[in-house]
Design a protein around this ligand. Structure first.
Ligand code: COA
Length: 284
């Protein structure tokens, strides 16, 4: 009920970009929703008739930013299994209506809906915590840490610092509480843009941070009428390839043995921008 009602709540408020799924710690996969739940949620505009129960898998848990539990004991169990998880209890706890009549379910629905405002505030606060800012000297050591945690051949401190004075460079950092937790950089020459790197610290992955960084660079390319944005990626780097494909990059070819440690081919991926005919003399 909470999943369907929350989706309906987001739709009514025209809020996009929040994915909401429900799962049970002891649920069997594929069970149908009770008739009273369908009726009570339906009265508030949420059609949950086709919903089927789903157990909480590690895959789902791994991709979850906020666990909204229906009872304190569930929150306790989630916290026990996933100590790093961000957990809250909806409306202080929702009594299980199972086996009750329609009025019991209606009461439950009202209590569920009553807690949505607080959930939204928590989600918004979480999103606000990450800021995308231009790279500055104070980020150099954070980027060095990111490089060392993310790559087998990390950039050096001097190499990172050199980007601060490179006129063709546009490097941006994802900051949380003032610390750099992800970064992305590109070089732009005559409308041709090349991503130098993108990386997010392992503990902050799958929260949309790389997407925010890439969106920022793509907007810049569009505003500056760039022709294309291109990059190399290890052929085995499925997460990064998926990220680039999501943002419209297409595979263009391969560079043999481009990477060391381990030796591996690079895939060349490019996103073209519709810039029309460019004045050949704009770049000197
Ligand atoms: N498996 C599959 N797809 C993944 C993924 C994973 N583990 N991680 C990210 N993606 C793709 C998905 O398409 C995702 O969209 P979705 O959430 O709608 O499925 C999209 O990327 C955006 O995810 P996001 O949460 O913004 O990515 P992230 O902040 O976790 O960062 C990387 C993604 C690649 C930057 C991060 O995994 C990383 O730092 N890796 C090590 C460094 C690296 O390899 N950089 C690329 C060099 S070319």
């Amino acid at each position: 009920m909470a999943e369907g009602l929350f989706r309906n709540f987001l739709k009514e408020k025209n809020i996009e970009g929040i994915e909401c799924l429900s799962a049970g710690l002891g649920a069997f996969p594929g069970d149908e929703v009770s008739g009273n739940a369908v009726k009570a949620a339906g009265e508030k505009g949420a059609d949950i008739s086709s919903h089927r129960s789903r157990p909480l898998s590690m895959l789902l848990a791994d991709r979850t930013d906020l666990f909204v539990c229906m009872t304190q004991s569930l929150a306790f169990a989630v916290k026990g299994a996933l100590p790093e998880a961000k957990v809250t209890v909806l409306s202080g706890g929702i009594p299980d209506p199972f086996g009750g009549d329609l009025d019991v379910y209606r009461e439950c629905v009202n209590k569920i809906i009553g807690g949505f405002g607080d959930i939204l505030k928590l989600i918004e606060a979480e999103n606000d915590e990450i800021k995308i800012v231009p790279m500055e000297e104070k980020h150099v050591l954070d980027i060095l840490k990111i490089e060392r945690e993310c790559f087998s051949e990390p950039w050096t401190e001097d190499g990172i610092r050199a980007e601060l004075t490179d006129k063709t460079a546009r490097f941006i950092v994802a900051e949380k509480d003032g610390a750099g937790i992800g970064y992305c950089g590109m070089h732009e020459v005559c409308g041709e843009c090349y991503i130098a790197n993108i990386a997010v610290l392992p503990e902050y992955r799958r929260k949309g941070i790389a997407a925010k960084l890439l969106e920022n660079l793509i907007s810049h390319c569009e505003e500056s009428s760039a022709e294309f944005l291109s990059l190399e990626v290890r052929v085995s780097n499925a997460p990064a390839i998926s990220l680039y494909e999501k943002f419209g990059f297409k595979k263009q070819g391969e560079r043999k043995d481009f990477y060391k440690n381990p030796k591996e081919n690079a895939l060349i991926m490019t996103r073209n921008f519709n810039v029309g005919d460019k004045d050949e003399n704009t770049c000197n």
